[in-house]
Design a binder for this molecule. Structure first.
Ligand code: CA
Ligand code: CA
Length: 233
């Protein structure tokens, strides 16, 4: 392999491109690198082109920021809150509140004053805490108050330190996802801010059991996450 001073930078760019499965096979990479040794005068313009391609490819995948601090989330996103109604001690299979339609692949859920850590009504799901939220119009930010009880009276089953995944969809297309395991027996928050619109959120208890966790007040926002591209040195 020819070696010139600028090649480490080129290699770095090419590895990044390949790691996302775009553009270059290794054999093509070798051809390009060899060609660079004979085109050193043009390397700067080629680097600029590669950087542009990298930005284009990055933009094809959503970027998200996740939050566990409610104040920071609200300061960044200017999201609005949606309080939950009381389902009156009854379980339901769907609930629509201010454009948020809650459903579950689990049997059913209820909303009420179940948490001794979160104020106001919270959602508790029968069986695994799976929850779908469909939005009446697309959003860029989403969050919710959350309580994972370990010793609270309404846990109703042996404690499991649960892990959840949150998937963001635009219609049927996956926009991005993240996981969380919140501290136990305390009021917590989980939120996400995206550079891409989404109109459906699927929360899944991927590690856990029928022991209860509680979803409190929800937050949605329509201000877009805007990323700044760091220029090449
Ligand atoms: Ca936990
Ligand atoms: Ca659970």
């Amino acid at each position: 392999m020819p070696s010139v001073g600028l090649e480490p930078r080129l290699n770095s760019l090419l590895v990044l491109l390949n790691s996302d499965g775009y553009l270059f096979q290794p054999s093509i990479t070798f051809t390009i690198q060899t060609r660079f040794t004979h085109m050193i005068k043009h390397t700067k313009s080629i680097l600029t082109s590669l950087t542009f391609l990298l930005v284009v490819n990055s933009s094809a995948k959503a970027a998200i920021i996740t939050y566990t601090d409610q104040t920071t989330f609200l300061n960044d996103t200017n999201a609005s809150f949606i309080s939950l109604p009381d389902t009156g001690g009854n379980t339901v299979t769907s609930l629509t509140v201010n454009g948020l339609a809650f459903t579950t692949p689990s049997p059913n859920f209820a909303s009420g004053l179940f948490s001794n850590r979160l104020s106001g009504n919270v959602i508790s799901v029968t069986a695994l805490e799976h929850l779908n939220i469909s939005l009446s119009s697309p959003i860029y930010s989403f969050g919710f108050n959350f309580h994972e009880p370990e010793f609270a009276p309404n846990i109703f089953a042996p404690f499991v330190d649960s892990v959840f995944t949150v998937k963001l969809f635009m219609d049927t297309t996956l926009v991005d996802s993240f996981s969380f395991n919140s501290p136990n027996d305390t009021a917590t928050f989980n939120g996400v801010w995206s550079d891409s619109l989404f109109n459906r959120v699927e929360i899944r208890e991927v590690t856990g059991g029928i022991e209860n966790e509680f979803f409190g007040q929800f937050y949605t926002g329509t201000e877009q996450l805007e990323l700044q591209t760091v220029p090449e040195p």
